[in-house]
Ligand binder design. Structure first.
Ligand code: NIG
Ligand code: FE
Length: 382
């Protein structure tokens, strides 16, 4: 079945052949992009959607989200807004609630958040475990995540759970052993929170290398709460992405610039923890590939909105609107090592967003406004 999207005011393809087209049309066929070009020259299609002069962009690729959890931490947010710092200490609250939840409760949350994101234009989403922290709870988190997305990440090394207090190395052995064995069938990626108070460089390296031996690809929570070894470890191990990158030294920036590791920036976390934003301009000027993602989780960033993150990146992190849109789509695809999403070149997956705005610039220009009019996922209107 083919579908024509007609009357496009601005078509942003992120494809070198087409670039940005004005007064354009796009044809999708069999779940793929089949044609792009000027209005009026489009081939006939089985059905059509009228973009009504609106902009059309690739679906957002949210390459960092924690959707499998139970419980609520709104009071922790209120305390932060009253001056409390964010330390990650609330993770244990979510772990307790998640362990106590039934499969159906957790599934309902994952499905609800996945659809919440889809309505806002997110057609690809990565989902992490990390609030189970026992063998069965991590395996179940990934099984439930895998029901809604193929981009699942094993984050058994989120924090050392309370029952392992003072025995971090024993917990790392579990993460690298029995827990990994049960988690790996449902995971594509392995992640670790490399941070003071979570896992140090040696522990993080052990987790990522064990994951890699099990066939998982590494990514890493790095340099979120302070300077540290996470970013350089990501580069050392050839990780697809170093995420957060809030506190970077010159050596960290240079290491990223000389590597294929993407720096994934998560402005929702700085917003929700009232932290200083990372300087995306510094990374871009150094030649680093930058992705934007939501970090959607109940503690540090409870937003599923890629448009919000894009607007924050423009306003607070010195990205241009065009750079931020690229990072929220093609950049996310790079962070997930995907070449079939994040762009609208011929053969790309037919993940397309039609905006209720004449240009994509409006995503940052009109923050907080629901500009997503239509979302096509795999060529199907959602
Ligand atoms: O990416 N940094 C570690 N993990 C999450 C926060 C988890 C939480 O506070 O529940 C993050 O920000
Ligand atoms: Fe995270």
């Amino acid at each position: 079945m083919s579908l024509l999207i007609d009357n496009i005011g601005e078509l942003v393809t992120h494809d070198p052949e087409f670039g940005v087209l004005l007064d354009a049309a796009l044809v999708l066929d069999d779940g793929r992009v089949a044609w792009a070009g000027p209005r009026g020259l489009a081939p006939a299609a089985d059905s059509s959607v009228d973009a009504a002069g609106g902009a059309v962009i690739p679906g957002f690729v949210d390459s960092h989200a924690h959707l499998v959890f139970a419980g609520d931490r709104a009071a922790e947010f209120a305390a932060r807004m009253a001056g409390e710092p964010y330390t990650g200490g609330g993770i244990g609250t979510t772990v307790a609630a998640t362990r106590a939840a039934s499969d159906d409760e957790l599934r309902a949350t994952v499905v609800r958040l996945r659809h919440e994101a889809l309505r806002q234009g997110t057609t690809t989403i990565e989902i992490k475990s990390g609030y189970g922290l026992t063998v069965p709870d991590e395996a179940r988190s990934l099984r439930l995540a895998f029901e809604v997305s193929p981009e699942t990440t094993y984050l058994g090394a989120h924090v050392v759970p309370a029952e392992y207090a003072g025995r971090a190395d024993d917990y790392v052995a579990l993460v690298c052993g029995a827990m990994l064995d049960e988690a790996a069938p449902y995971a594509r990626w392995v992640d670790v929170f490399c941070e003071r108070g979570a896992f140090d460089a040696d522990q993080s390296r052990a987790v990522l290398q064990a994951g890699a031996r099990a066939g998982l690809l590494p990514r890493i929570h790095a340099n979120q709460l302070g300077p540290g070894p996470g970013v350089r470890l990501a580069v050392e191990l050839g990780a697809a992405s170093a995420d957060h990158c809030t506190h970077l030294s010159t050596e960290d920036v240079d290491a990223l610039a000389g590597s294929s590791t993407v720096a994934t920036l998560l402005p929702g976390a700085e917003f929700s923890t009232r932290s200083p934003y990372p300087d995306a301009r510094r990374l871009l000027d150094a030649g680093v590939t930058v992705a934007l993602a939501t970090d959607c989780n109940p503690g540090s960033s409870y937003t599923s909105s890629m448009p919000l993150c894009l607007a924050l990146a423009v306003r607070e992190m010195r990205m241009t609107p065009a750079e931020a849109l690229w990072s929220a789509t093609a950049g996310g695809a790079r962070a997930l090592r995907r070449d079939d999403v994040g762009h609208l070149g011929i053969g790309a997956r037919a993940d397309v967003v039609v905006l209720d705005a004449p240009s994509a610039l409006h995503l940052a220009y009109r923050p907080g406004v629901p500009l997503v009019r239509h979302v096509l996922h795999n060529g199907v209107l959602t």
